[in-house]
Design a binder for this molecule. Sequence first.
Ligand SMILES: NC(=O)c1ccc[n+]([C@@H]2O[C@H](COP(=O)([O-])OP(=O)(O)OC[C@H]3O[C@@H](n4cnc5c(N)ncnc54)[C@H](O)[C@@H]3O)[C@@H](O)[C@H]2O)c1
Length: 296
Amino acid sequence: MGLLDGKAAVVTGAGRGIGKGHALQFAKNGASVVVNDIDKDVADEVVAEIKELGGNAISNTDSVGEKAGADAMVAACVEAFGKIDIMMANAGIARDRTFLKMSEEEFDSVMNIHVKGTFLCHQAAALQMKEQGTGGVLLSTVSAAHFGNFGQTNYSGAKGAIASMTYTMAMELARYGIRVNAISPSGTTRMSDTYVGPDGKKHPMPFIDPELNGPVIAYLCSDEGNYISGQIFGTGGERIALLEQPKYGHTLFMPGGWTVEEVQKNFKQNLGNKLEALGITKPPYPFADGINPPEK
Ligand SMILES: NC(=O)c1ccc[n+]([C@@H]2O[C@H](COP(=O)([O-])OP(=O)(O)OC[C@H]3O[C@@H](n4cnc5c(N)ncnc54)[C@H](O)[C@@H]3O)[C@@H](O)[C@H]2O)c1
């Protein structure tokens, strides 16, 4: 008996990397899988691998960035397996560039695949789940880059948008029995190989098997996980981390509302000393000494 026996899943961008790991884990736990990827060769290879393991899979090459593509991959799942229970929106691209040099195309393409792709795939799946009356699970893919990451204005913004979409969709879709969660995965992949630090250089990182994100995802998508929605988990390697959700922190109140003079009097000593550090590793707050124009 597998944890996902009888379930049907679509995994986008499942031809390689982290999505491939998800597809394999879903299949190993008993789900039938639509292996979606715009790269047909790798999608077919994953299907062959799943079949060799005794699993059930088909490939699909529609793009997540178009409504017709999202609709078609859900339709393919229904046609092959009779229904859809799980949509794992994983497909992604990176077009890293520092903010001032980033082109409109680099911004739009990342937003289109990540944000619009997640929206379209989840909407197509959720409409089908509603019609089935079965409920289901929508899973999205964010990244710790959404805390802020050098050279990734487009990507970090896209991942932040997906995190916020997760909270809203979870609120709206619970009435149909649909759970909505996201993961912030890790794994050594084609994409992770492109990362460079603020110094513009690649830094060697230990190999992390991308399939290690899969077990917790299988749990989230199983009936045992039916109490989990609106949550984001850091996954991969040896960890499962619950992401703390954004909320207002330290707050100052002024009866009757603030004047500029009162802000000047109160801000620095009561909020200015509590400013938060930025980025994935949360180093100390970097701007305490002020940010000034470069010297001429
Ligand atoms: N690798 C990491 O450590 C890491 C960390 C955080 C988040 N992520 C996220 O995990 C997801 C997978 O990343 P990865 O590292 O496996 O990348 P990858 O480049 O190895 O794989 C991504 C796959 O998506 C496919 N794809 C791209 N555009 C598509 C489209 N329009 N429609 C369908 N498929 C498309 C590609 O062909 C590719 O096979 C992405 O959303 C990424 O942002 C990865």
